[in-house]
Design a protein around this ligand. Structure first.
Ligand code: PMM
Length: 282
């Protein structure tokens, strides 16, 4: 899943694609580089970000969704607003990606149900301005899995087909960096909810901290975190993630192939060890 932030202030690509024509061009480039889905968002969710007006979000997102969909691209809309999701689906979006998992807007689950498209339910505890204070867990993997399961029940209760739900641990959203690593190590627990898992690690803080300058302790700048992002993509695919949401698509597309090949080899090896040692041939 290629990221297309049509925002002036996203943490790593803010301002680059605010012009709709350039945004569409970039989306098409990401498809050429191997993206299966382009995730178009008009509102930054970086830590501390303020919300933008509804009309502004619509104005940013709709022309880009419309043009990419018309070009045959599978478009996902990254929004917490039911109205934006509805308008984007009318304009051709085929996935709704709500970082709040239906919690920010009480109409979202119903809108997703009516739209009948895949719906990403991400783990979320609150809006960006105060989310860092909400990063408190007893056992982050168990707590996040339980909270997503509760949200899954909620959206299914509102009419969403459970077969259309994709779950996402929400790396960096009300998580500290150890939480992010724990959640990556715990993808299996999330997979046991029986839904495809989406992982969004691209250029996030926990990678910047991991790669900090050894002399100064300065985190690695966001745009120099793509190799680490690709490494996470390989590991996520090896652990059975359904998709990774990334800025730099080409390297992650290769990395996902590496991870998937490893996973397939592991399955074959397991199948061999569980096959009876002696077989009778007729
Ligand atoms: N992260 C961001 C935005 N949208 N959607 C999903 N499903 N999962 C994520 O982890 C996620 C998201 C923030 O990152 P960005 O500002 O680089 O887009």
């Amino acid at each position: 899943m290629g990221i297309l932030n049509v925002t002036p202030d996203s943490f790593s690509d803010g301002g680059l694609w605010i012009d709709p024509a350039r945004a569409v061009e970039h989306g098409l480039r990401l498809v050429e580089r191997g993206a299966d889905v382009i995730d178009v968002g008009g509102e930054s969710t970086r830590p501390g970000a303020r919300r933008i007006p509804y009309e502004e979000e619509l104005r940013r997102v709709l022309p880009v969704v419309r043009d990419l969909a018309a070009a045959g691209v599978l478009v996902s809309v990254d929004t917490m607003r039911a109205g934006v999701a509805r308008a984007a689906v009318d304009a051709g979006a085929r996935v709704i990606n709500d970082v709040s998992g239906g919690r920010a807007d009480p109409d979202m689950a119903r809108a997703a149900a009516r739209a009948g498209v895949p719906f990403v339910v991400m783990h979320w505890r609150g809006h960006s301005r105060g989310m860092d204070e909400l990063a408190s867990y007893d056992d982050v993997v168990a707590d996040v899995t339980r909270e997503i399961a509760r949200q899954l029940d909620h959206v299914v209760g509102a009419g969403v087909d459970p077969g259309q739900v994709i779950v996402d641990p929400g790396l960096g959203f009300a998580k500290d960096r150890d939480d992010d690593w724990q959640l990556l190590a715990g993808i299996d627990a999330l997979s046991r909810l029986g839904r495809p898992v989406l992982v969004g690690a691209s250029r996030k803080r926990f990678l910047g901290t991991l790669l900090a300058d050894p002399e100064t302790g300065e985190p690695r700048p966001a745009r120099a975190r793509d190799a680490a992002t690709a490494a996470v993509s390989a590991l996520a695919a090896a652990r059975g993630a359904w998709a990774v949401r990334v800025h730099d698509v080409a390297d992650s597309a290769d990395a996902v192939r590496v991870g998937s090949a490893l996973r397939a080899a592991e399955h074959r090896a397991r199948a061999r060890t569980t096959t009876p040692l002696t077989t009778t041939r007729h």
